[in-house]
Design a protein around this ligand. Structure first.
Ligand SMILES: [Zn+2]
Length: 678
């Protein structure tokens, strides 16, 4: 925490505030590519419902009862206990989950926290847990300027309030947010974002996101001024992402200097800043370009097969022995959801799908009670130790599964991953239609053409199956646009209407069908999933099929242990060999060399499939062992090197074996990036 706030930003903000341009009537923000629907407009069904119900029945639904930090004297309910980030983190996932499932007990539970914050806003506009001075005084004070406390946990609560409003239209929320943002504008000069913590400086984009959302609701000109101040006081993610030096230096450098700018969770959150700000500055195309450049560079230099970048905790290069923090996974997903809303860029929608269906499911246990702080790409064991992490911590607990192992941010923050993904399957189009931009089983109920109610039942085993059927329910035939994402991995998609071929389209685009839709119309989107390979560090190869990345299935031996400070945890040892290479012939023609066996799931099947035993798809290919590829002392399997031709030259066993691959998201032990052998 020795990174100095950049004082010049405050001066720049002050200059902007005096700028005559901002004295003009505030202009509308740039139009959004897609609009978010009401939280809970689509109800999850099938496997997605099962996933969310497991969360409700376990940690997401009960963290406030089981986790002492949230349970005891919670500051967000007026107590003198913890009042920093973890309660808002939990609510940021628990609020949308409660609305997605329309779950009364969970709705009642989260409502208490929302109500407390709404009811205890200070006259100045400040809100949140009692400050230390208020605790001494024994009552609320009219907090001003430097009497306040860290801006950061309030930023998370702003997102909670926005989602609560999007679900309920609670009339208290708009005045509450307006008053708080007035407070921010009045106080950010005396107490800038970096006043109490650097987290506020690096994460100001989330604050800006909600300020601009409110501006779209109210048009209050001061929110545009506030936007400029927040942007100027936030870490300059636009120049970091667009400038290229930062991401290259992060590959080589894991020092204390500017580490907050390389912290993987901060990077995941910072991604959205340029395009959030671009809403107010459509005249600056370099803003959208900064995210395009930055995302490309991050994934090139730090990208891992499951769709995330290394974040252990820093950006840490692209070797398959690197780790990724669960908070980085869920925060990057949220940034991509927002980038998709603002820009409509298919790159971010495809990237979101890849993370959600690969990196996300592997990092939690089936019961959603334990999680890893860092997952590793080629994870041939799950053990305590230093491993290859940039921040191993002294207890070496970062890779094990446990409710509190590593650091507890993920314990509270992981809930937003699935919950927000499930609220961002569908969007409204600016043309009064709807857009299915991520696919999963659900039922959408919304209005089209302004006020025409429509229900669309999405029946699918996706991402395991390749058919998605939309069944329409409306009172009378209605013409409205239906936009569909055809993923970049798909060569050619086929559409059938009521069993009859409608059209075929190339993948890598969003298409729009504007036609009359009738009750019981069945529109089927078929996205053929051919087996293909992708290239990763040291000329390794990954098998992919459709939206899923595949990893070598390794038999898991689970062992439960306890650590004095971090509690119950699980380690996993491999009980089958893992040191295999992929023959060149498989890489040359994977569709021909691989055998795919799909266990058909009924489109309405509501089981749990994210583990090795239940994996609905298996791919088998021939392979041979590399006897020299072994675990190193620090507990990782160093990736073998190959010469330029990409073919491993070390010893390879004679015996040809049949290797079984399952979806990465179904594995806990795996090899996902394999050397190529002759
Ligand atoms: Zn975390």
């Amino acid at each position: 925490m020795n990174f100095l706030p950049r004082a010049c930003w405050g001066l720049a903000a002050a200059a902007l505030l005096r700028s005559p341009a901002l004295a003009q009537p505030a202009a509308p923000l740039a139009p959004l590519a897609y609009h978010e629907l009401a939280t809970g407009a689509s109800r999850p069904t099938g496997w997605l419902r099962t996933q969310l119900e497991i969360m409700r029945d376990h940690s997401t639904g009960h963290l406030d009862e089981t986790y002492p930090k949230l349970r005891d004297g919670n500051g967000w309910l007026g107590g003198t206990g913890d009042g920093w980030e973890e309660t808002p983190y939990w609510l940021d996932g628990a609020v949308p989950l409660a609305h997605l499932l329309r779950d009364k007990p969970l709705l009642a539970k989260v409502q208490r926290y929302v109500d407390w914050s709404l009811a205890h806003q200070r006259p100045s506009g400040y809100f949140g847990p009692l400050t230390k001075a208020e605790q001494v005084a024994g009552h609320l004070l009219d907090v001003q300027g430097t009497q306040g406390e860290d801006w950061w946990p309030r930023m998370v609560m702003l997102k909670v309030m926005q989602q609560h409003y999007q679900a309920t239209h609670d009339a208290r929320v708009i005045p509450f947010l307006t008053k708080y943002f007035r407070y921010q504008l009045a106080n950010l000069r005396a107490a800038p974002l970096g006043q109490w913590s650097e987290w506020s400086t690096v994460r100001g984009g989330d604050n800006l996101l909600v300020a601009y959302w409110l501006y779209r609701q109210t048009g209050e000109p001061f929110l545009r001024e506030l936007g400029e101040v927040l942007y100027q006081q936030t870490t300059p993610w636009t120049s970091l992402l667009g400038g290229r030096d930062w991401v290259m230096e992060a590959t080589a450098n894991q020092t204390n200097a500017h580490w907050m700018d390389r912290h993987g969770v901060n990077v995941g959150m910072g991604l959205k800043l340029p395009v959030v700000y671009a809403q107010a500055h459509p005249e600056q195309p370099q803003l959208a370009q900064a995210l395009r450049t930055g995302w490309h560079d991050i994934m090139t230099l730090h990208g891992l097969p499951a769709g995330m970048f290394s974040a252990d905790e820093d950006l840490h290069g692209n070797l398959p022995t690197q780790g990724t923090e669960l908070c980085a996974v869920v925060e990057t997903m949220f940034s991509l959801e927002q980038a998709a809303t603002i820009t409509g860029d298919l790159t971010y929608l495809d990237a979101l799908e890849r993370i959600a269906y690969n990196a996300l499911p592997t990092q939690t246990t089936d019961d959603y009670e334990s999680r890893q702080y860092f997952q590793v790409a080629n994870q041939v064991q799950v053990q305590r130790g230093v491993l290859n992490f940039s921040l191993p911590f002294e207890r070496g607990m970062n890779n094990v599964f446990g409710p509190y192992a590593g650091y507890t941010c993920c314990t509270a923050n992981m809930h937003q991953g699935w919950a927000k993904f499930a609220t961002h399957l569908w969007y409204a189009t600016p043309t009064q239609g709807v857009a299915a931009l991520e696919y999963a089983p659900n039922v959408l109920t919304t209005n089209v053409n302004g006020n025409v109610p429509v229900t669309i039942r999405e029946e699918t085993a996706y991402p395991f199956g390749d058919d998605i059927t939309f069944v329409f329910d409306l009172k009378r035939p209605t013409t409205f646009p239906l936009a569909l994402r055809l993923p970049g991995w798909c060569a050619e998609a086929t559409l059938l209407l009521n069993g009859q071929p409608l059209r075929t389209e190339k993948g890598g685009q969003v298409i729009t069908l504007a036609r009359p839709w009738r009750k019981n119309d069945r529109l089927t989107l078929r996205l053929p999933m051919a087996v293909r390979t992708s290239n990763w560090a040291r000329n390794s190869r990954t098998l992919e099929r459709g939206p899923l990345v595949y990893a070598l299935k390794i038999k898991e031996n689970w062992q439960e242990s306890r650590q004095a400070d971090e509690g119950r945890y699980f380690t996993l040892a491999p009980a089958s060999p893992w040191n295999y290479g992929l023959p060149h012939a498989v890489v040359d023609d994977p569709a021909r060399a691989a055998t795919v066996s799909v266990r058909p799931l009924a489109p309405t099947a509501n089981g749990f499939y994210w583990n090795a035993a239940q994996a609905p798809v298996e791919i088998t290919v021939p392979g041979r062992r590399l006897p020299d590829w072994q675990l190193a002392a620090e507990g990782v399997a160093p990736q073998p090197v190959t010469p330029r031709d990409g073919v491993y030259k070390g010893p390879v066993s004679e015996a040809i074996e049949t290797l079984t691959f399952i979806p990465y998201g179904c594995t806990k032990l795996r090899v996902v990036a394999l050397p190529v052998i002759p």
